[in-house]
Design a binder for this molecule. Structure first.
Ligand code: DGY
Length: 348
């Protein structure tokens, strides 16, 4: 279905001495704080107020017509978009997310286009949510809530809606970067043993958290809860598939707040149906906004619509961080969160 794109323009003042103000295109509604920041820097800002991702042809057209693009993870910033951008000397693609698997960074680098993300500002909020999912699936919170609303609670029962304890268990964190570490920090109050797997970071990183560095297979075999916090790259696509799920305990739970394709959803459905693992809590999916139909039929899963970073404060910070990156690039300064810094070195 083709939907109308309504664009609102916020006029800046950078061009007031006769020059055109640089023009920024925001591909979808973002928190107002981000637009204000861009406008206060003097730029003309057009926002796709429709809050629906642009069609690919429209995105190409915007890339060709503006000085900066502020994009969201629902935009596919592919080589075609980037070639259009390069032909028009676009100064930056400022993605409003820490993840940037929606941007062809290799192509952007070839074409000399800086790409930025929003690291740091959503770490704690995402870690909070990973714990919310972990607790929800272990203690069957959504199931219990539905049970209550359906009028099925007719009196307390000693065997009613039994879940699993979280305290005293083993938590396996796959990917021990900023968010993985923030998840580990929260574990202290639950007196859990922490294992972590990270192909880049070694054993020392875990020491302040009392966390032990292990190989992925060991983590899967020994953990009661496995929480995934890796970026999506060709190496991490289907990091968790049939073979890995089979290593997990039949009493274990999988939590994913990273990117959907890190987990092979078909294999997960099979594992959940067959009792290979006990349950899963997922905030991200292989083909968003769709989930594997099998997931929707299972009661031992908790499903949320990619909201791990969705607090008002954090979404404001993501928008202003992306705006700051765009402002820096448009003012000829190095953007603080470049994911392809080699492009900037070349530009000096
Ligand atoms: C990100 O930033 O990459 C999250 O998935 C959305 O907040």
């Amino acid at each position: 279905m083709v939907r109308a794109v309504s664009v609102h323009t916020y006029h800046g003042t950078a061009g007031k001495e006769g020059l055109m103000a640089p023009r920024v295109y925001v591909t979808r509604v973002i928190p107002r704080a981000g637009v204000d920041r861009l406008q206060q820097a003097g730029f003309d800002v057009d926002v796709n107020e429709g809050d629906v991702p642009l069609r690919q042809d429209d995105l190409v057209e915007k890339a060709r017509s503006y000085d900066a693009l502020v994009t969201l993870l629902t935009d596919r910033v592919d080589r075609r978009v980037l070639e259009a951008a390069a032909s028009a000397d676009l100064k930056i693609v400022a993605n409003v997310a820490v993840g940037y698997d929606n941007v062809d960074v290799a192509a952007a680098t070839d074409l000399g286009i800086p790409v930025t993300n929003t690291p740091g500002v959503l770490t704690e909020t995402t870690a909070d949510f990973a714990w919310a999912l972990l607790m929800s699936v272990a203690r069957r919170v959504p199931e219990a809530e539905q049970f209550f609303r359906a009028g099925k609670y007719h009196g307390w029962g000693i065997l009613m809606l039994l879940g699993e304890d979280v305290h005293g268990k083993t938590l396996g964190i796959a990917g021990f970067g900023r968010i993985g570490q923030a998840v580990a920090r929260r574990a202290a109050g639950f007196d859990v043993k922490i294992l972590y797997y990270d192909p880049v970071l070694g054993p020392d990183v875990g020491k302040p958290f009392g966390a032990q560095h292990v190989e992925l297979d060991t983590l899967l075999r020994e953990s009661d809860f496995v929480s995934v916090h890796v970026p999506l790259t060709p190496e991490t696509r289907h990091l968790i598939s049939t073979q890995q799920l089979q290593l997990m305990k039949p009493t274990a739970y999988l939590i994913n707040t990273s990117r959907g394709p890190v987990v092979d959803e078909g294999a997960l459905v099979e594992a959940l149906r067959a009792g290979i693992i006990k349950g899963a809590a997922l905030d991200v999916f292989e083909n968003e906004p769709l989930a594997h139909p099998g997931l929707l039929e299972l009661t031992n899963v908790v499903l949320t619509p990619h909201i791990a970073s969705a607090s008002r404060e954090t979404r404001d910070r993501m928008a202003t961080t992306a705006a700051d990156n765009a402002i820096a690039a448009l003012q000829g300064r190095r953007p603080p969160n470049l994911v392809n810094p080699e492009v900037w070195t070349e530009r000096k």
